[in-house]
Design a protein around this ligand. Sequence first.
Ligand SMILES: [Zn+2]
Length: 287
Amino acid sequence: MEELIPENSTLARRIRAAASKGTLSHAAILSGSGDRMAAARYFAAALECEGEGERPCLRCRQCRKVLEDIHPDVVTVRDDGHKELPVELVRQLRQDVYIRPNDGARKVYIFADCGQLNQRDQNVLLKIVEEGPAYAAFLFCAEKAAALLPTIRSRCVEWKVAGQPETPEMEQARGLCRVLAQGKTLPAAQWLVSLENRRIKREQLQELLQDAWLLTAQALLLQAGKPEDGTLPEEAALLSRSLSSRRLEGLSALLRQYSADCAYNVGAGHVLGALCAQWERLLHATR
Ligand SMILES: [Zn+2]
């Protein structure tokens, strides 16, 4: 099952409200920093849903197929290998749109990344958005609506997809990683003691250490040259630049171990003390 936007998010509620009034537009832009594809799938499910009551019900046959990404009439248009979509793909789509849906009520095209649509493609699409059959729907995903020509935008309703608000634990994990990136004992000790003084709960500490571990894992990927620069959090980049790979590996293992330890009935203070001592040891043992 693919990711979905939260049922209780403002966007999900607005989509359900529009679907029940029958006012969901046939052309939409899903913009913003959140999970636009998840929002597009939810929107597509609302268009295809055959459930009673609120739509999407997320339980009926149509909804399930959309969510599992196996609905024959919900087409995701993307080409991961190229900067722009191939011309043939857009031409094909122009014909495909006139073939009636064979399972659902609607035919839904989700454009995963509008940055891949050049001006010529957009002009072709504009024609089908304007003159296509009534059963066809078009969902354009773009961080900024400006990726689309004003002519297309004028035909679409824009829906903002908000990013997840950051948890306080993630914020603290970022802070911890910035301190650890200094590669020193004292600042880390002071930072960890301050957590203890604020009487952090075991569950919160576990989440914080997990988040910090995630940042070190991303930093290790960066050192291995895996993802493109700029796609990962700032702190992951900082760690990858500041610590040697041996230190980073050691730190990553420590964070993982101590976040796991938080699952047992040990005090947060105990975990913090042990982490501090192990960090000091690691700094002495590696360069
Ligand atoms: Zn349904």
